[in-house]
Design a protein around this ligand. Structure first.
Ligand code: AHR
Length: 313
């Protein structure tokens, strides 16, 4: 190789190096609801680690369960001129005005795990989520099988106004319609967290006592809280009162193996990679399906031991 060729090679290597140095990382704003459940913490981790793997500059904002904080975060993402936004919306309604501002700033929005109600569907690109109505139906099916269609049920609902609370209720109500001896005798929110699930279950036990023989919790954290309340009341969770929930977090598997929980439906929180794939596709000019539906999986307690080792969250 001549010295001229070596010089040329060094010059082009330098160009590549400088270009790589100055290549702008993709900037993505992520407005997360909070950390109310183990499931949500796993989702946050999934988004953060997917961003790290891809070299994305992630602006993370924890709304502490408040929609007003999410709206503020979206406005701050606009001001920071992010390339895209991932939004896990706490409730279904009230997004139209701020999403119009985001649209005017030409920032694509990917909805993560929960849907919203808007009259203009172009305000977001796609919703990546499971079918919450189906999850409610599946719990009803498992509970009907276990109780042979006879149950006095107490229901621990998720956050009022949130898509999973509304849809899981709808699916469950539909599912038990075919069984005249299955009735919801009490229903109240436990806001998707363990402490409130426990408190509400304590109140249910106080007012209904031995009348209760089944619990339907909209997520595992509330079911785990209810288990504690049932034990403290001197009853056997999983036997005296059967319990079904949704999420399939690791502690739910532990409870199933211990005989305290009778089943759960998986709705995966490992959605980070899918969110960034969606952003890449939108930025490449693709029009995405409005709903990127994720499959659910049922875990009755009988198969928990065979699956616990492979649980990732
Ligand atoms: O939106 C999904 C639900 O939100 C999960 O079931 C629950 O644990 C979470 O907080």
């Amino acid at each position: 190789m001549t010295s001229r060729m070596v010089g040329g090679l060094i010059a082009s290597l330098l160009v590549c190096f400088t270009t790589a140095l100055h290549a702008k990382a993709l900037v993505v704003g992520f407005s997360q609801i909070g950390a109310e459940s183990a499931w949500r913490t796993a989702e946050t981790e999934s988004v953060k680690s997917a961003a790290k793997e891809r070299g994305v500059d992630l602006k993370f904002s924890d709304a502490q369960g408040k929609q007003e904080n999410q709206i503020k975060a979206l406005r701050s993402f606009i001001a920071q001129k992010v390339d895209a936004i991932i939004l896990a919306p706490v409730v279904e309604t009230g997004w139209e005005p701020v999403l119009k501002e985001v649209k005017r700033a030409k920032i694509p929005v990917v909805l993560l795990d929960r849907g919203i109600k808007v009259s203009d569907p172009t305000l977001y690109t796609t919703l990546i989520s499971p079918d919450f109505v189906n999850e409610g139906r599946e719990v009803a099916r498992m509970l009907a099988e276990k109780t042979k269609g006879t149950a006095k049920i107490v229901e621990l609902q998720g956050t009022p106004g949130s898509a999973p609370a509304l849809d899981r209720k709808k699916g469950f109500d539909e599912g038990i319609k075919a069984f005249p001896n299955m009735q919801i005798i009490k229903s109240q929110t436990g806001n998707f967290n363990r402490a409130e699930g426990k408190q509400v279950m304590e109140a249910f036990l106080k007012s209904e006592g031995k009348n209760i023989n089944a619990v339907y919790a909209h997520n595992d954290d509330m079911a785990l809280g209810a288990i504690q309340a049932i034990e403290e009341a001197g009853l056997k969770p999983g036997t005296d009162i059967v319990i079904y929930s949704i999420d399939a977090v690791k502690s739910a598997f532990e409870a199933m193996i211990a005989g305290k929980l009778n089943g759960t439906v998986e709705c995966t929180p490992m959605l980070g990679p899918k969110a960034f794939e969606a952003i890449d596709r939108v930025r490449a000019g693709e029009v995405l399906e409005k709903w990127t539906k994720q499959e659910d999986k049922n875990f009755p307690q009988e198969i928990a031991a065979a699956h616990i080792a492979s649980r990732m969250y």
